[in-house]
Design a protein around this ligand. Structure first.
Ligand SMILES: C=C(O[C@H]1C=CC=C(C(=O)O)[C@@H]1O)C(=O)O
Ligand SMILES: [Mg+2]
Length: 463
């Protein structure tokens, strides 16, 4: 990639057009500007005037937010080797990219945002028709908030026969539209119908899984189920994001829009983050509710920390992530025992994994090694995926898949898309799963998944 520091919009367009004409090739051009503070959720709401492919990402543990719209480039990949394939497409694209940027902040410039389905080999249904198995976009317009600093990136493919004045007009107009950020009224439609899909059959499946674990088919398998909602009006996604932001601490808040359908959630589960080759992954598995009082809350936490079944569920995850991270990093640091990770409605067992990514490995390499961890799939990995593919009646789509972003400076982060919902106009499908091990009790796993619906259910106006 060619990197140029200061430039005005005029200079950017001149240089990019010259290059495109000289080489007779299209170029990706990225122009980063510092902007006045702007609320990312309002930006997201207002960005609907620019089309129906908006993206939103807020970090769980730092002041870092991105909101984008209008794909300048789409990266997609069908099945085999999809992570490597996306990596390859990205590398090709970056070879001929131009970046005009004097700030060089993470999450600015050419940034790919998007996600991957849980299992590209599962037969897909109408439900996920709007989403590809692997789909990342470089937003045409991307706002990035890093601490108290705000940036706007314009990404565009420039063709040799593009016209300067037209490009300039187009960009300036879009910028003005996006940054005017009107105060808007948010609305919450009412739920007309709330349907849990086949809860009794799901409990039987959990029972079957414990029998199969006893018989040695797998050690652990994560089973998920769906709840469907119907509303009296279209769901306002900006409102959902605002509510998630207000209520779900310690969580990544995300929204990916594709053909007018939105995949939204507030997940606590990091898959992997890389910044300056420093790698951070997370083992998050094992669950108990929060208490009503401080005393009860602490008591429940202590119970979770000592519970054999939950510790086993958690330990499978630690073991697998350790192996995957050790294969591509050095200085791997993993505490010997988990601590509590408190959320609004429940608490999890949490073990952080820190390491230094070896040169030559990319964030997507690590995602490929990790996904799915036993917190979403099971153990052994391949057998668990096959088990889910065969017996779980749900079309998971992107639920429990990796969602996130990366930039052209090797920074990026992926989380796993749990505590999430697929929303199309006045309908929503919520997803929730749990780790089944040999001592799992179907009724208790059912209760656990019921609580895991609540982050999304509550912001959608449910009980
Ligand atoms: C699969 C989900 O949660 C996973 C993450 C944390 C704890 C889990 C558990 O205790 O079962 C699950 O492995 C979900 O929320 O849909
Ligand atoms: Mg569990």
């Amino acid at each position: 990639m060619i990197h140029t520091e200061a430039a005005t919009l005029d200079e950017v367009i001149d240089q990019a057009l010259n290059k495109a004409k000289q080489t007779n090739k299209q170029q990706l051009v990225s122009f980063v500007d510092y902007i006045e503070p702007i609320d990312p959720i309002l930006f997201y709401a207002g960005a609907s005037v620019m089309g129906d492919s908006r993206l939103f990402w807020k970090s769980a543990d730092e002041d870092f937010v991105m909101a984008g719209v209008g794909a300048a480039v789409r990266l997609a990949s069908p099945k085999n080797d999809r992570f490597q394939d996306i990596q390859f497409q990205w590398k090709k694209l970056m070879e001929h990219a131009y970046r005009f940027d004097r700030y060089e902040q993470k999450g600015t410039g050419p940034v790919a945002m998007g996600g991957f389905s849980f299992d590209p080999f599962k037969e897909s249904t109408e439900l996920w028709a709007s989403f590809e198995n692997s789909q990342l976009e470089i937003p045409g317009y991307l706002m990035t908030k890093v601490g108290s600093d705000h940036y706007l990136t314009i990404n565009a493919i420039i063709y040799p026969d593009d016209h300067k004045e037209q490009l300039k007009f187009q960009w300036e107009e879009a910028k003005a539209l996006l940054l005017q950020c009107n105060n808007r009224s948010f609305s919450t439609p009412e739920i007309l119908e709330q349907t849990e899909i086949e809860p009794e059959a799901w409990k039987l499946l959990v029972k079957q899984a414990t029998d199969d674990i006893e018989a040695g088919v797998v050690d652990k398998v994560v089973l998920a189920r769906e709840m469907q909602l119907k509303f009296d009006d279209n769901v306002d996604i900006a409102q959902v994001l605002q509510h998630l932001d207000d209520t779900q601490t310690n969580s990544y808040i995300f929204a990916f829009e594709s053909e007018g359908t939105q995949f939204v959630g507030a997940t606590p589960e990091r898959l992997v983050k890389v910044e300056n080759q420093n790698l951070l992954s997370t083992c998050l598995a094992g669950t108990i509710p929060r208490g009503e009082t401080t005393e009860q809350d602490e008591q429940l936490g202590q119970e979770l920390l000592a519970d054999e079944k939950n510790l086993e569920e958690h330990q499978f995850v630690v073991r697998m992530i350790r192996d995957a991270i050790e294969a591509c990093s050095e200085n791997v640091d993993i505490p010997a025992s988990p601590v509590l990770y408190p959320l609004k409605n429940l608490q999890h067992l949490y073990t952080p994994v820190r390491a230094r990514l070896k040169q030559g490995h990319t964030l997507l390499d690590v995602v490929a090694r990790l996904h799915p961890t036993p917190a979403l799939g099971g153990l052994p990995q391949e057998e668990a995926i096959e088990y889910i593919r065969e017996f779980e009646p749900l079309d998971r789509g992107w639920y429990a898949g990796p969602v996130g972003w990366f930039d052209s400076n090797q920074n990026g982060e992926f989380a796993v898309a749990i505590r999430s919902a697929l929303i199309e106009q006045n309908r929503a499908s919520l997803f929730s799963g749990c780790g089944v091990v040999k001592d799992s009790d179907p009724e208790m796993e059912y209760e656990e998944t019921a609580i895991k619906f609540t982050p999304m259910l509550a912001v959608l106006g449910g009980a």
